[in-house]
Ligand binder design. Structure first.
Ligand SMILES: Cc1cc2nc3c(=O)[nH]c(=O)nc-3n(C[C@H](O)[C@H](O)[C@H](O)COP(=O)(O)O)c2cc1C
Length: 369
């Protein structure tokens, strides 16, 4: 499907994505994946509850060149849980299906990786960063940063079990006094993983404080594989600054893009040398919100009520800082179907017009979830 706006994705990257989409046999070579990371530069993050195929399509259309699925519990894949299997679906327009799995048992992770690859995954990513108790209680996610031997064992076993590239996403360590960036570098170099993403907050920090970008630079200086930097990118200027100050090969954006996929297109424009990206206009905004909703409805097999209710969290983000947003948010619990969504959007947009015209604020207001 054609993107709506000029993306300025470098031609060589477009060609690579095209070739990958058309390939019929064999896994993607690691070298090809790495080239795509390094040349594509803009990665959409795994975000539990958000990075479903609908959201990934929207991000791809806005200029992300690689999107990770939300984390999938390995054990759920092994048991064939329907929600986990649904998360393996390829998004519309997705040349590379990058599946993130989460778990702490090497044999279960291996089995889950095989299931994902059989279902079409082109990349497997190992989650060693999630701080939520639901994940860390079983020793998975960022808990693995306190047991690097186990993390090494998991990564080695998964890499040995599948023939697709394997990447890893980490935080900087369990605590501020136990930063394990150097150890992770040594591990991913030793295993020759396809790429590593670092979100430089510690497990203890969760989402508090600031991401310490100097640790991205530190990882980059000792890694022989591509390093994807992540954390606190809210504007195109942030993305460029992270690339410049850390030397990372690509940047990954998570919260900043939710409700604002234009962060990708505008960063893409900046990377192409354009100084001030055009503001988002009403037509583009409406089209994106509706495209997103329609894709989401497809993903949920047409169950409109469920889609409308689950889509409310995206609506809250799409409308942040806009005129009439407070009123709109109050009405969110009453959006139960397409008609309700249409009415609510019409009211919001009318309030904007009355106040002098549509304005989508960039940069966005603060981004806590
Ligand atoms: C609601 C939510 C869900 C997340 N889910 C995942 C996940 O499934 N896998 C993962 O590796 N990280 C997950 N993360 C972490 C993000 O991918 C990212 O590392 C973090 O938000 C920092 O980047 P940002 O400042 O661009 O948001 C999640 C974060 C949030 C806020």
């Amino acid at each position: 499907m054609e993107p709506h706006i000029p993306l300025r994705i470098p031609l060589k990257v477009r060609k690579r994505l095209d070739t990958l989409a058309k390939r019929t046999t064999g896994p993607m070579p690691v070298s090809e994946f790495r080239r795509l990371v390094v040349e594509g530069r803009l990665v959409n993050a795994p975000l539990d509850g958000y990075s479903d195929p609908a959201w990934r399509t929207i991000c791809l259309r806005h200029g992300a060149t690689l999107c990770y699925t939300e984390m999938i519990p390995a054990i759920a894949l092994v048991f064939g849980a329907s929600d986990a299997m649904r998360r393996l679906r390829r998004a519309d327009g997705e040349s590379i299906l990058a599946v993130q799995i989460e778990g702490a048992k090497p044999d279960i992770m291996v089995e889950a990786a095989r299931i994902a690859v059989n279902a079409g995954a082109d990349i497997i990513d190992i989650n060693a960063g999630c701080p939520s108790q639901r994940v860390t209680n079983s020793g998975a996610g960022s808990a693995l940063l306190s047991d690097l031997e186990l993390l090494h064992e998991i990564a080695r076993a998964v890499k040995g079990a599948v023939d697709v590239p394997v990447s890893m996403k980490v935080r900087s360590g369990p605590t501020q006094s136990n930063i394990v960036v150097d150890e992770i570098s040594a591990m991913v170099n030793d295993l020759d993983l396809a790429a590593v993403t670092i979100h430089p907050r510690t497990r203890n920090q969760a989402y508090r404080g600031k991401a310490d970008w100097s640790l991205i630079a530190r990882m980059k200086s000792s890694c022989r594989i591509p390093v994807i930097g992540n954390g606190d990118i809210r504007s195109p200027a942030d993305a460029l600054r992270m690339m410049e100050t850390t030397g990372c090969d690509a940047v990954m954006i998570a919260r900043g893009a939710i409700g604002n996929p234009w962060l990708f297109s505008q960063t893409r424009a900046c990377l192409a040398g354009q100084e001030a990206p055009a503001p988002v206009n009403r037509q583009e905004w409406e089209r994106t919100v509706w495209d997103h909703f329609n894709l989401f409805l497809d993903y949920l097999d047409g169950f409109e009520g469920i889609a409308a209710r689950l889509f409310r969290k995206h609506l809250a983000r799409y409308t942040r800082g806009m005129t009439g947003a407070t009123e709109f948010r109050r009405g969110l619990p009453h959006i139960n179907d397409r008609a309700g969504l249409r009415m609510a959007l019409e009211r919001l947009l009318a309030a904007g017009e009355e106040a002098g015209g549509f304005v989508f604020p960039m940069p966005r207001p603060d981004d806590t979830f």
